[in-house]
Design a protein around this ligand. Structure first.
Ligand SMILES: Cc1cc2nc3c(=O)[nH]c(=O)nc-3n(C[C@H](O)[C@H](O)[C@H](O)COP(=O)(O)O)c2cc1C
Length: 161
């Protein structure tokens, strides 16, 4: 099962977190991932993906305008896929949670099934998605990996019948 990881990143924090998402998801057997910057999308891989992670830096307490522009102009079919999010921020309380919720709103509008595992599997809780300050402390990186692994495991249950 394929999982696409799409991110916007200017100074590589979000890109580095995207690679941790890939590592976590690939812990689940038969999961294939691809990290793609919004500037360089493999459309075939995207179309074949059941799950799409979207990663964004926090800009002004929301998601980046570049990610918004990409989504607004995106002609790819998002509907019917599971959509998950992660965000980086510079400061604790810098608005990454809000960036994730705003991003999730857009995914819902496009007909995606928004998913975050949430608190359903205990600690670590990922209420709206994974969050890292810059490219993440050791603990934050571990949480990203667990988040992605849990998403992949549950998506497999959903799609691999
Ligand atoms: C225009 C702009 C606005 C930003 N606004 C916030 C903010 O509201 N809160 C915050 O914590 N960090 C803010 N930052 C910092 C970035 O979210 C943070 O450095 C992020 O990890 C950058 O991701 P990147 O390296 O993938 O580009 C802002 C950065 C820029 C360039």
């Amino acid at each position: 099962m394929k999982i696409a990881i799409i991110y916007h990143s200017e100074t590589k924090n979000t890109e580095k977190v995207a690679r941790i998402v890939a590592k976590g998801a690939e812990k689940v057997e038969s999961i294939e991932t691809k990290c793609m910057s919004i500037d360089n999308i493999d459309e075939t891989f995207f179309e074949e993906s059941k799950v799409v992670f979207f990663g964004t830096p926090t800009y002004g307490g929301s998601y980046s305008w570049q990610m918004k522009k990409w989504l607004d102009e995106c002609k790819l079919k998002l509907a019917g896929k599971v959509g998950c999010v992660f965000a980086t921020e510079r400061y604790l309380g810098g608005g990454a949670d809000n960036a994730e919720l705003a991003l999730i709103s857009q995914l819902l509008v496009r007909g995606m099934f928004a998913y975050s595992v949430g608190a359903s599997e205990g600690d670590p809780y990922t209420h709206f998605g994974a969050v890292c300050i810059n490219d993440g402390t050791k603990e934050q990186k571990e949480r990203v990996e667990i988040f992605a692994e849990r998403v992949a495991k549950n998506a497999k249950k959903l799609f691999d019948k």
